[in-house]
Design a protein around this ligand. Structure first.
Ligand code: XYL
Length: 403
């Protein structure tokens, strides 16, 4: 019954779309954005805001997301960096008002500057921890000021390269402390946006603490942060961890932690985070099956954490790439809705587990019985348990019938 707009809540990633240069670990920048003089000055940052809002308005994107350092330049001191941010945020605020484009989430870049070489909240240096805390404090404040509906923590370099020089227990304790401090500050200033962890198993560190949905949920649960932090799941991060994206989504959903998604490709062969735009209808159908089951993503949304390839010099491609991504989602949603409407899949799942509710369930409650009682039941029955069916090929072909 909800509108398509409410269902997707599409968002543009400021960093890829307006700051992307086409550089990669092996090569220098290849892209020269026509609006960009290449400098990281406040003046240039302000000009970029005009372009960004024109782009998003023409695209019909309802939301955007940013890191503090995407929108305003880094500076030698915290005070100067905060002042830079304030100048740009004032303009972002005006532009949001003028265009109606909203902030889906804000976050802090705690990974680009060399000071974060060994992490931010999990750094081995206390000054780095303090600087990161101050940076997140400010980023939460500007997110609040801009009406951001969520705040994301992707653990950039919160992880390790070598366990021999790492006090794992201490670093996890620091991270927990940091998250409680962030939550306390959000409460103190009245920010009601949803906190989201974004799992990623590796890159840039060798092993990241927020490895996957399960690792994040374990951290949240054992540190008394249940209900405080949900998850922002990214397709390419799921496959990097060896999961399908649907697995990560469903795992989060059943724990009431599916908050938002970073949409890109979910090609299982990807060994690194290429951030390609989603084009695979099979993938978007799987995504939408889980999102429809949950009844939407609000206050989260669908952020295109994706970039045009290195060889693309034409900014118009940025536009087409987003349209293509939106189109893939619309098709996936249509197929997922049709599958749900037909009821074939839910009915099949129901019949697979029917023996729990009837048959054995009427004689003995498997949830309450002891092992001894179950043994007695089987001995009395005298037959071995039957073989079961999953109809794997039939199920996997289901989507193709709707394409
Ligand atoms: C990088 C991550 C980030 C987060 C925000 O792999 O996707 O861009 O989305 O920090």
């Amino acid at each position: 019954g909800q509108s398509m707009k409410d269902l997707f809540r599409f968002s543009v990633a400021y960093w890829h779309t307006f700051r992307g240069t086409g550089s990669d670990p092996f090569g220098a920048p290849t892209l020269k954005r026509p609006w960009d003089d290449g400098t990281d000055s406040v003046e240039n940052a302000l000009k970029r805001v005009d372009v960004a809002f024109e782009f998003m308005t023409k695209l019909g994107a309802e939301f955007y997301c940013f890191h503090d350092r995407d929108v305003a330049p880094e500076a030698p001191t915290l005070k100067q960096a905060n002042a830079n941010l304030d100048k740009v945020v004032a303009k972002l605020k005006d532009k949001q008002k003028e265009t109606g484009v909203k902030l889906l989430w804000g976050t802090a870049n705690l990974f680009s500057h060399p000071r974060y070489l060994h992490g931010a909240a999990t750094s081995c240096n206390a000054d780095v921890f303090a600087y990161a805390a101050a940076q997140v404090k400010k980023a939460i404040e500007v997110t609040y000021e801009l009406g951001g509906e969520n705040y994301v923590f992707w653990g950039g370099r919160e992880g390790y390269t070598n366990l021999f020089n790492t006090d794992l227990n201490r670093e996890l304790a620091h991270l927990a402390k940091f998250m409680h401090m962030a939550h306390d500050h959000a409460k103190a200033i009245g920010f009601k946006g949803q906190f989201l962890f974004e799992p990623k198993p590796k890159e840039p560190t060798k092993h990241q603490y927020d490895f996957d949905a399960a690792a994040c949920l374990n951290f949240i649960g054992r540190n008394g942060l249940d209900g405080v932090i949900k998850l922002n799941l990214e397709a390419n991060h799921a496959t990097l961890a060896g999961h399908s994206f649907m697995h990560e989504l469903e795992y989060a959903r059943i724990h009431n932690a599916l908050g938002s998604i970073d949409a890109n490709t979910g090609d299982l062969l990807l060994g690194w985070d290429t951030d390609q735009f989603p084009t695979d209808i099979y993938l978007t159908t799987q995504i939408m099956l889980v999102i429809l089951e949950q009844g939407g993503l609000k206050p989260g949304g669908t952020n295109f954490d994706a970039k045009v390839r290195r060889e693309s010099f034409d900014p118009v491609d940025l536009f087409h790439a987003h349209i293509g991504g939106m189109d893939a989602f619309a098709r996936g949603a249509k197929i997922a809705a049709a599958i749900r409407k037909d009821g074939i899949l839910p009915e099949f799942v129901k019949t697979r587990y029917a023996s729990y509710d009837s048959g054995i369930g009427q004689k003995i409650d498997t949830g309450k019985a002891s092992f001894a009682e179950l043994e007695k039941y089987m001995l009395e029955k005298g037959e071995a348990a039957p073989n079961t069916s999953g109809r794997q090929e039939w199920i996997e072909n289901l989507i193709n019938q709707y394409v």
